[in-house]
Design a protein around this ligand. Sequence first.
Ligand SMILES: Nc1ncnc2c1ncn2[C@@H]1O[C@H](COP(=O)(O)OP(=O)(O)OP(=O)(O)O)[C@@H](O)[C@H]1O
Ligand SMILES: [Mg+2]
Length: 350
Amino acid sequence: MEIRLQNLTKIFTDKAGKETRAVDDLTVTIGSGKLIGLLGPSGCGKSTTLFMIAGLFKPSGGKIFFGDDDVTKLAAEKRGIGLVFQNYALYPHMTVRQNIMFPLENINIKRTEALELVQEMANLVDIGELLDRKPAQLSGGQQQRVAIARALVKKPRVLLLDEPLSNLDARLRLQTREEIKRIQRETGITTIFVTHDQEEAMSISDEMVVLNFGVQQQMDHPQEIYNNPNNLFVAKFLGNPPINILNGHVKNGKIYSDADILLGEKDVPDGEYTIGIRPEDFKADPEGLEINTIDLDHIGRDTLIRFELSGVQIRALVDSDSVQGHETIRLKAKSKKIYLFDAETGDVVQ
Ligand SMILES: Nc1ncnc2c1ncn2[C@@H]1O[C@H](COP(=O)(O)OP(=O)(O)OP(=O)(O)O)[C@@H](O)[C@H]1O
Ligand SMILES: [Mg+2]
């Protein structure tokens, strides 16, 4: 089922009357059966957006549609939503079976049917053998899968996941996110996955919405956003190691750093720009800049080089073979991959 947010806004007002625009005029269409990542730094309004979709927060403005239905004023329990939070919040005194069955308590369904549904969901999330255990006897990843089974048992129309992996260690995070992807594919349920971890969002999402201060920055396929960021914020938020940022200017189609070092060429009007170059967009080149290496870190196939350029520390990630054994290193930025941003607004300049 398609989800449509139309000018969705949430303003919190504290006791002193001070307003926080937690979500600001958000308009997004989420295709039926898609897995969408909602990404942004802490406090940017991800949870608030999710809670409005779930019906737990009342919007200050705008509308929410599920398919053709306007659900903006519909009670949470009537929306057909499955929710999973960061802290899985299982009932510790109940078995896994009882936990998953819990949402079925209040609906009219035969016990044998309920037990079958529980088994089906447990199999789906691959904990079919663990139904008689208590949550404390499970690993974090297994507990999170119980939470997902519980969210799915009523066959919701929408699955909302709020940082579901952040309590897990690195290895389990990776494994569980692949599991979530598989479960989402198998069920085909429209899913919104909230995270502040750009790598996680990039790997799991069909499409990604990037938020900052409650305002949508960009929505697209993860790779498309990575390759063509709308603005400086998005460019800086995606990528590890992060994009290098320098002040500079363009004159006659040539891009110079602050200290007048020629970096590349781009056909844009003369003027001041903020320059962005991703670490992997440098390459060793005999005609490139001779750099003052601060340090070199061979990480297998790639070598991470730190050096200084115009008073700024830069990271370059290059093919190890291209620099190993060389006394002096010369680097060039791939011209097509130099991003220029308006020095004032931060908007990308094509
Ligand atoms: N109940 C509330 N009352 C007042 N302000 C709130 C309330 N809930 C959230 N806020 C504010 O709204 C903004 C967005 O909060 P939200 O919880 O949606 O952020 P988030 O993106 O989920 O952050 P995180 O990654 O830390 O979970 C923040 O500035 C927060 O302080
Ligand atoms: Mg949150």
